[in-house]
Design a binder for this molecule. Structure first.
Ligand code: 8YV
Length: 324
């Protein structure tokens, strides 16, 4: 008998076939009260689950007493109650490596588009406003050789430092829980405290996971320390930045602009003040959203689930302590 699993995100056909080779699969459209209720028996029998972007909490886990492994098609796992998984001995797998370069590309796109006002001026061209050679009201600010501050030096921060330093000649400052030797030796990144990072960065690029410690890490007080010419980039998780404080800072020109791929609420409500501000580039959480990378994430997540339920876990595990 193959182990039973719940699939709550659609997969490319070949990956779905790979999952079917190993498991009896029940596919549902997301983890909603309705889908859980409609497939209650399948949830009750499932030893594994695979998908992304839905909350997995104590209440859901109570409906899944046989669950042994959860595999998320993402690097971030803030939507999981990891303590609850740990208490039940459920292993959580994620996809930390495959999306690194793509997310760093997205961050660089936000840096360039917010500094050079790419989206705004392209819209002006489409609106027929390009009638004569452009003047200073269409100008942006330089990116190359400006100081890049990176908050959170993980894999993505490192890939961003590589682009910024080697490609754009930018000096790199960073703040993280600990020193990152590779960032320092390869990209001459300078470690500093958060206040120094805020005060000195021309671009403050946030690449942090969402945890209790990082929630609203950037608020009124921190924004007030930034340069009026500074640009804030967030492609980690929205709630790391206090969005109301950011809106105020952008309105009163405490900072110059923001490039955002993540928000406190996603999808971003259409009436968000952020969408009314010309100095904001807002993207629909496209960090990892290329065909190649989303395929790679799904492939890794499928393999992670197979390993967690039928093999020996050696990587991509969030809570390896439950394996002991
Ligand atoms: C995914 C992400 O877009 O991996 C992550 O943590 O934020 C994104 O790459 C998202 O989780 C949807 O799959």
């Amino acid at each position: 008998m193959k182990p039973e699993v719940v699939l709550y995100k659609s997969l490319p056909d070949d990956l779905r076939a790979r999952l079917d080779e190993h498991f009896t699969v029940t596919a549902v459209k997301g983890l909603t009260p309705e889908t859980v209720q409609a497939q209650a028996e399948a949830f009750a029998r499932a030893e594994g689950m695979i998908g992304s972007s839905s909350p997995v909490d104590e209440a859901l886990l109570e409906k899944m007493p046989k669950l042994r492994a959860a595999s998320t098609i993402s690097v971030g796992y803030d939507n999981f109650d990891v303590d609850a998984l740990n208490r039940r001995g459920i292993v959580l797998m994620h996809t930390p490596t495959v999306l690194t370069e793509t997310v760093a590309d997205t961050m660089m796109a936000l840096v360039l588009s917010s500094a050079r006002r790419v989206v705004e001026v392209a819209e002006r061209v489409k609106a027929g406003e390009w009638q004569r050679s452009i003047g200073p009201d269409w100008f942006g600010v330089d990116v190359h050789h400006k100081k890049m501050g990176i908050l959170g030096m993980g894999r993505i921060g490192l890939a961003l430092a590589q682009r910024a330093h080697l490609g754009f000649g930018m000096p790199i400052l960073y703040n993280a829980r600990k020193h990152h030797e590779e960032a320092e030796s390869r990209f001459n990144a300078q470690y500093c405290d958060l206040d120094t990072l805020l005060r000195e960065s021309d671009f403050l690029c946030i690449s942090l996971p969402l945890t209790e410690q990082t929630h609203h890490m950037i608020g009124h007080e921190q924004l007030a320390k930034m340069k009026p010419s500074a640009i804030l980039i967030n492609a980690g998780r929205g709630p790391v930045v206090d969005e109301q404080a950011l809106i105020a800072a952008l309105k009163d020109k405490t900072i110059h602009a923001a490039g955002l791929d993540v928000f406190e609420q996603e999808p971003l409500p259409v009436d968000s003040e952020l969408l009314k501000l010309p100095n904001v580039v807002a993207l629909p959480h496209i960090g990892s959203a290329t065909h190649e990378t989303r395929y790679g994430m799904a492939r890794d997540a499928v393999e992670n689930l197979i390993t967690a339920l039928t093999g020996k876990v050696e990587k991509n595990c969030v809570n390896p302590q439950v394996l002991r």
